[in-house]
Write a protein of this length. Structure first.
Lengths: 125, 123
């Protein structure tokens, strides 16, 4: 199985690539699908901001956090109202179900999902 | 997971359905995708589910004198512990694990033959 359809909370249908799960290789800025850390029946779609070993500044507490081994930091694109790592902290990579590659529905929104990174958020040491 | 499971590798029967249905209870031996390395699978025993308060000693080698800690397992998480409490990397190090990392419930050992039988909830 190389892909599957996922419906995001806004109603877009996404094409999801699962090859990345073979080696758990991700890039900064990927849009990933993962199981909610607080409810195993729910699936969430967020942007991957930081990978293990990165240092990230928590915008709420202004602390610099190191992402632990096997974890990642996810944030929604709508930074004002998104339930993401700013609320629940780094999540284990084991929760990740795949990487969104394109939007396939509705027709007027058909496009590739771009890899995008907010600038100045992380520093790798 | 000594002494319940051997170092040489036991063959277990794993039930993957009841974890989906949320039917994991305290004392079950579960297969878990390691939170520290997603490519690894580990077996641990569930010591607490969401809302439970768990008490554990931080460093059991010191016996009675060691500090013990009590905390409440957060929503959607489980507290897992190895049976060999002196030498186990478990929730005492990496904290409560999200329930979605639990991949199955081991219920029966099929190999080696002398160890054949159901895995008990408590030892």
């Amino acid at each position: 199985m190389d892909g599957e359809m996922t419906r995001s909370s806004l109603g877009d249908v996404l094409l999801v690539e699962k090859f990345c799960l073979a080696k758990y290789e991700f890039s900064h800025g990927d849009v990933i699908i993962f199981r909610s850390p607080s409810d195993h029946k729910k699936t969430m779609v967020k942007r991957l901001i930081a990978l293990p070993g990165d240092w990230i500044r928590d915008p709420e507490s202004h602390d610099i956090i190191k992402i632990p081994e096997g974890h990642c930091w996810v944030e929604g694109d709508n930074s004002t109202s998104s339930f993401d790592s700013r609320a629940f902290g780094p999540i284990p990579l084991g929760l990740v179900q795949g990487r969104a590659t394109s939007i396939v529905w509705p027709p007027q929104r058909v496009s590739k999902v771009e890899r995008r990174m907010p600038t100045g958020r992380i520093s790798s040491i | 997971m000594l002494p319940t499971l051997n170092l040489s590798g036991d063959v277990l029967l794993v039930d993957r359905v009841s974890t989906h249905l949320g039917k994991v209870s305290i004392g079950d031996v579960v297969l878990l995708q390691s939170p520290e390395n997603p490519k690894k699978t580990v077996t641990k025993r569930v010591a607490g589910l969401e809302g439970d308060s768990v008490t554990f000693s931080v460093n059991p080698i010191h016996g009675e004198r060691s500090k013990s800690k009590t905390l409440v397992v957060p929503k959607g998480h489980a507290w897992v512990m190895g049976d060999n409490i002196y030498l186990s990397r478990d929730s005492r190090q990496f904290g409560a694990v999200p329930y979605a990392l639990i991949k199955g419930k081991a219920f029966c050992r099929v190999w080696p033959p002398e160890g054949f039988g159901l895995l008990k909830k408590d030892d």
